[in-house]
Design a protein around this ligand. Structure first.
Ligand code: TSB
Ligand code: ZN
Length: 585
């Protein structure tokens, strides 16, 4: 979908349309007060204080109608420049504008306002010439939004919209938007009973329902098998740690704003862990290590808790309670390149297995100016960043660099993907760290019998099971591959009375091989039952009738594939196993 914010013309158009929206709202709600109305990737929004009024779905049509009326009227949009003092005087009755003006740069001697008919707003511009140009718009949705994104502040009404130059572009965009909404993992997750949320549990704390749990378990098995074959050892560690643990790791100083607050138990202070690295450092330290033992690879499917703003949490994609597919690799300095390469190759292999094609590698580097955010050791940063670049170039992997996006302990390679709705997110990550092993005083005995400090590579291939599942739901639109689908096959006897026994025999044979199979022997028409299985996106539908019984066979239809094939039951099982064994354990 087009990024409206980054297209100059559409940016101006949408910005102007935000003013048109505000003007219409000012007509319909005379007490309305306006906060900000920025352009975003998907169009624009305006945050409005309507006192106690809450915008409802049906209000949007009413506001759109008023916008159309103003647009037809065709007033010019006039820019004026006034001094900061004048602006403060002019808007003195509007606390929101006073707040904005007061925070403007002292050097900003002139402030611009834009007026169209009876409506004036503060704005840097630019805008279109007349409101007549604002014809092809649509108000998309509304929500509550805390003033300045702070839950302690008043809840404002946010109205979203979008505007184009011509009706065709608007129509195309709305169609794409509809498709994206259909693909949204929150919708599919609900329709297919994958996960739920409950205010009683809390924002950002999704519950994985049985169907979701099957997917997750299979993802765990899949990656566990791969990691075992690469020499990883898996551990289980608690999802709390003492405050001291996180003081030692440096998270307490650098990551506290992302952490849940302290808990006091007796005289000890604990935190819910936001990351597992400190625990894994302690595991490494439990044993003496020789240079010959390295790399030591400690993996865990580990639950973490992070503070995410309530407005930022999103389905399974951005949660407050997550499970990382985490590992910390303890390597000698001379092993960094090989091990980093092995992680990148694992990422590439996994993405290939899942058919993920649209992703970008991002090499996140520190901002050398930002001494507060990053551990201060120029040599460490320069060496680490150079090493990662070197390996990426050697592998011929395409990537872009992002300054100021590194973790506080080192540079990292992230994989960025675009969800159906909303901005890009990171899935996989691989991070180099020279700091944590020093903080925990880790060592290994080198070939010269000297104690040396290992380097740590943090890596999460799926990122979290939560985010990866969200992404896979959107990639597949809920039509999961056979090995991953919650219900893999449904057996439909042609006639429930006559063919059910055989259907259950087939089910038993498949279940014995580990497949998740259901029988649909309801007293409904065959076509209806097949259609319903298709609607549920079940990968395999098996029809059995007289012919199949006589031959010991099954008639197979695949989701999204035209036609069907008949195979002997043993042959069918062999074919299914060939397809799924690679992914299962
Ligand atoms: C890889 N210490 C490292 C670890 O060893 C670490 O925690 N890295 S992280 O902060 O980047 O998190 C790992 C992955 O978790 C990210 O790449 C991202 O895919 C996922 N993730 C981060 N925050 C959230 C969240 N709020 N909801 C869901 N997944 C998240
Ligand atoms: Zn880590």
């Amino acid at each position: 979908m087009i990024n409206i914010k980054e297209n100059e013309r559409l940016n101006t158009l949408n910005h102007s349309c935000a003013h048109l929206l505000a003007q219409a709202v000012s007509h319909l709600y005379p007490n309305a007060k306006f906060w900000v109305g920025p352009v975003i990737e998907e169009g624009f929004y305006y945050d409005i204080d309507l006192g106690d009024e809450v915008i409802k779905e049906e209000d949007l049509a009413k506001i759109e109608k008023e916008m159309k009326k103003i647009s037809k009227d065709g007033k010019r949009i006039v820019r004026n420049e006034i001094s900061k003092a004048e602006a403060l005087e002019r808007f003195k009755d509007d606390p929101y504008k006073v707040d904005l003006i007061s925070r403007m740069d002292e050097e900003e001697t002139t402030i611009s306002t834009y007026t169209q008919g009876d409506f004036t707003d503060l704005c840097r511009g630019p805008h279109v010439e007349t409101v007549k140009e604002l014809k092809n718009f649509k108000l998309i949705k509304h929500s509550g939004a805390y003033w300045k994104n702070d839950a302690k502040n008043k809840m404002l009404q946010r109205i979203y919209g979008v505007c184009f130059d011509n009706p065709e572009d608007l129509e195309d965009y709305l169609r794409e938007l509809q498709e994206a909404r259909e693909r949204d993992h929150r919708k599919i997750g609900k329709d297919l009973d994958i996960f739920m949320t409950s205010s009683l549990i809390g924002a950002g704390m999704p519950l994985w329902l049985p169907n979701g749990a099957v997917i997750r378990k299979n993802l765990e098995n899949y990656i566990y098998k791969k990691e075992r074959s690469l020499g990883y050892d898996h551990v289980y560690t608690p999802c709390v740690g003492t405050k001291q643990l996180y003081v030692t790791s440096g998270h307490w100083d650098h990551y506290q704003k992302n952490m849940f607050p302290l808990m006091k138990v007796d005289e000890e202070e604990f935190v819910l862990r936001p990351m597992n690295c400190p625990h894994h450092m302690v595991v490494y330290k439990n044993k003496l290590h020789s240079y010959r033992d390295l790399p030591v690879r400690i993996g865990e499917f580990a639950t973490d808790f992070r503070y995410e703003a309530s407005g930022a949490v999103k389905g399974l994609e951005r949660v407050r309670c997550m499970c990382q597919n985490d590992a910390h690799l303890f390597v000698r300095p001379d092993q960094i390149g090989e091990e980093f390469k092995s992680v990148v190759n694992l990422i590439l292999e996994v993405y290939k297995d899942f058919g993920i094609k649209n992703y970008k590698f991002r090499l996140s580097l520190r901002d050398p100016e930002d001494k507060k955010k990053y551990f201060d050791d120029d040599e460490m940063w320069n060496t680490a960043e150079a090493k990662l670049r070197e390996v990426l170039n050697e592998l011929g992997v395409e990537y872009f660099e992002a300054v100021g996006e590194a973790a506080f302990y080192g540079p990292k390679l992230d994989v960025e993907v675009k969800p159906a709705v909303g901005p890009e997110v990171t899935l996989s990550t691989c991070q180099l760290d020279f700091l944590l092993p020093r903080r925990f005083e880790l060592n290994y005995v080198d070939s010269d019998a000297e104690k040396k400090t290992p380097v740590v590579i943090h890596r999460a291939i799926f990122g979290t099971f939560d985010r990866f599942t969200a992404f896979i739901i959107e990639e597949t639109k809920g039509a999961f591959p056979l090995w991953l689908a919650p219900t893999q096959m449904v057996i439909v006897p042609v006639n429930s009375e006559i063919h059910s026994d055989y259907a259950y025999q087939v089910k038993e044979a498949l279940a014995k091989e580990g497949y998740r199979v259901a029988v649909d022997d309801r007293n409904e028409k065959l076509g209806y039952r097949i259609r319903e299985a298709q609607l549920k996106k079940i990968p395999v539908q098996i029809v059995v009738g007289d012919g199949e019984i006589a031959e010991g066979a099954v008639n197979i239809r695949r989701f999204g594939v035209q036609g069907n094939t008949t195979l002997k039951l043993e042959e069918a099982i062999k074919a299914f196993k060939e397809e799924t064994d690679k992914f299962t354990c």
